[in-house]
Design a protein around this ligand. Structure first.
Ligand SMILES: Cc1cc2nc3c(=O)[nH]c(=O)nc-3n(C[C@H](O)[C@H](O)[C@H](O)COP(=O)(O)O)c2cc1C
Length: 325
């Protein structure tokens, strides 16, 4: 399939794997890129720029296809050394960066001078337009359904994607709630040029996480995610567990007075315990409502091939037949 996104990134299929903390290691990124999508290494999961350089080199050994790196821009009081991370990306020859969190404006000159294409993840039309204005090549439009940080506007993709299509000139992918061929065809119909998946890619053979995480996603329904950190305007969609129940209890008690310190132990340092050790009740970890549409643990290639095969059938058989009738 050829879209503005496949052309922009030099990939075969318009499917991107979003950066995921303690999931987006070389093994997953390489598997997605080798299967014709765009795999993304999560930059900040690597504790130092030197470790990121090693992870990039490892990924390069595992695939000869293009892959990207996610850089999540955190509030300035906790900022990692971004210029050094960007240097590691540039020196590693990576040509795509998925930015997220705060605006990448400050780092655009460094990224563009290195010939890097930037796709910024946005949860609103206004942020998407800002990304276009500051020179991003594409955006990943992340609806309210998404795993991770959906922002504070709560606009689901049925509205957000066509709104983005009405306003943007640069291409965008649909993100949040994407699982299968139906997601892809619907996204294309609403004006996107491809799709970005997070949660769906965790439940694959190659995702380098504990099997308990994959089983938890398999068992979860669309009703099992919760929104945390609303009172501090850092909303995150996570999978319900006993740690999250405790956290929500604290938020209920403290209301608008909740501070990050009140919930610190249930959100900080949780990812390695969940993803590497399989301690499923350690605290909050991102997961999308799309868990309700995940029924198996295929290889990444099986997943991507199935999506592309079924997307073709959806268009050529189901939709064509409806038209022909
Ligand atoms: C476990 C997990 C960790 C994530 N970590 C990050 C991250 O570090 N940086 C980021 O930009 N997005 C992160 N995301 C968001 C994904 O990149 C993607 O935007 C999101 O998962 C899309 O929604 P979906 O899960 O419904 O597919 C994470 C998502 C999950 C599920």
């Amino acid at each position: 399939m050829k879209t503005r996104i496949t052309e922009l990134f030099g990939i075969k299929h318009p499917i991107i794997q979003g950066g995921m903390h303690f999931v987006g290691f070389a093994e997953l990124a390489a598997a997605v890129s080798s299967a014709g999508g765009l795999g993304i290494i999560t930059g900040l999961t690597q504790k130092t720029p030197e470790l990121l350089a090693k992870e990039i080199a490892k990924c390069r050994d595992m695939t000869d296809k293009p892959f990207g790196v996610n850089l999540t821009f955190l509030p300035s009081f906790s900022a990692p050394p971004y210029p050094e991370y960007i240097a590691a990306i540039r020196e590693g020859g990576v040509k795509v960066v998925e930015t997220a969190g705060r605006s990448p404006e400050q780092y655009m000159p460094a990224l563009k001078q290195a010939g890097i294409k930037v796709i910024h993840k946005c949860t609103s039309v206004r942020h998407s337009l800002k990304a276009e204005k500051i020179g991003c090549d594409a955006v990943s439009v992340d609806g309210f359904e998404c795993g991770g940080h959906p922002g504070e506007d709560d606009i689901p993709n049925m509205i957000l994607l066509p709104r983005a299509a009405d306003e943007l000139k640069i291409p965008f992918v649909a993100s949040g709630g994407m699982a299968d061929a139906r997601s892809l065809v619907a996204s294309l119909a609403m004006g996107a040029e491809g799709m970005n998946m997070g949660t769906r890619f965790i439940a694959t053979k190659e995702a380098p996480v504990h099997d308990n995480v994959k089983q938890a996603i398999l068992q979860a329904s669309e009703l099992d995610t919760r929104l945390i950190m609303r009172p501090i305007r850092n909303t995150e969609r996570v999978l319900k567990n006993t740690g999250v129940d405790k956290l929500l209890e604290i938020e209920r008690e403290k209301g608008a007075k909740t501070t990050i310190q009140d919930i610190h132990d249930l959100v900080a340092g949780v990812y390695p315990r969940v993803m590497l050790e399989g301690d499923m009740d350690a605290g909050a970890w991102s997961c999308g409502m799309v868990a309700g549409l995940i029924y198996d643990i295929p290889t990444v290639r099986e997943l991507i091939d199935r999506i592309m095969d079924e997307a073709e059938k959806l268009v050529r058989i189901r939709l064509e037949r409806m038209l022909a009738a």
